[in-house]
Design a protein around this ligand. Structure first.
Ligand code: ATP
Length: 198
């Protein structure tokens, strides 16, 4: 079973995913795998250099600031990049999931609803928290600016809509509460899986 884990930027998806991992649930963080594949895959590298030019890579690694500056206001370029990277991540995920042995796996995808990957999920968990807390946490984590975080938030589906489309919601207000919320969501997921098999 695939449980999609989503939420807006800085909502705490990875923090929550790590709590599921502590319960023995395998986690797949799509953004991290995409980044790793962009560095590792020769095919992706060749195609990204064709798309962005030689500056796409620096010292053998993806030149992230350069790529980010190119795609920031260019949806078509972003779309083309996604068309190069997403199929490779999808096939990597297919190989990865075959090796897992657990009642379900957690697949963290920031843009689960925006890119239709929710369709492959059996259940969906949305992580949410107050927007001001999200902004403050991302500014602190990434040394970013309020404007940059707001621009990303504006490009994402509002959390209220994500919640409506989800089976479970985790409110990430307090780090100490997270372990408890994840444990109870884990039990609910196991119950729902059992029910779905009858
Ligand atoms: P992104 O969408 O950018 O990948 P995310 O949703 O995965 O972000 P995290 O990286 O888990 O979010 O959390 C964002 C930041 O906030 C991290 O630095 C994390 O340590 C911190 N954080 C997460 N939850 C809490 C909390 N309840 N209290 C304080 N800080 C938190």
């Amino acid at each position: 079973m695939i449980v999609g884990l989503t939420g807006g930027i800085g909502s705490g998806k990875t923090t929550v995913a790590k709590e599921f991992e502590k319960l023995g649930i395998p986690i797949y963080i799509a953004d991290l795998e995409a980044k790793a594949l962009m560095n590792r895959s020769k095919v992706i590298r060749r195609k990204l250099i064709t798309l962005f030019g030689e500056d796409a890579y620096k010292n053998d690694s993806l030149n992230r600031p350069f790529i980010a500056s190119k795609i920031f206001n260019d949806k078509e370029l972003l779309h083309k990049m996604n068309n190069i990277v997403h199929p490779k991540v999808a096939s990597h995920f297919k190989r990865w999931i075959k090796k897992q042995d657990a009642p379900y796996i957690i697949k963290e995808v920031a843009i689960l609803f925006e890119n239709d990957s929710y369709k492959q999920c059996d259940f969906i968990v949305t992580v949410t928290t107050d927007i001001e807390a999200r902004i403050a946490r991302v500014i602190k984590r990434d040394n970013s600016s309020r404007e940059k975080v707001m621009a990303i938030i504006k490009n994402q589906l509002p959390e209220e809509l994500k919640i409506k489309k989800s089976d479970f919601v985790i409110y990430n207000t307090d780090l100490e509460e997270i372990a408890k919320s994840v444990k109870s969501t884990h039990l609910k997921i196991l119950k729902a899986i059992k029910k779905s098999k009858f």
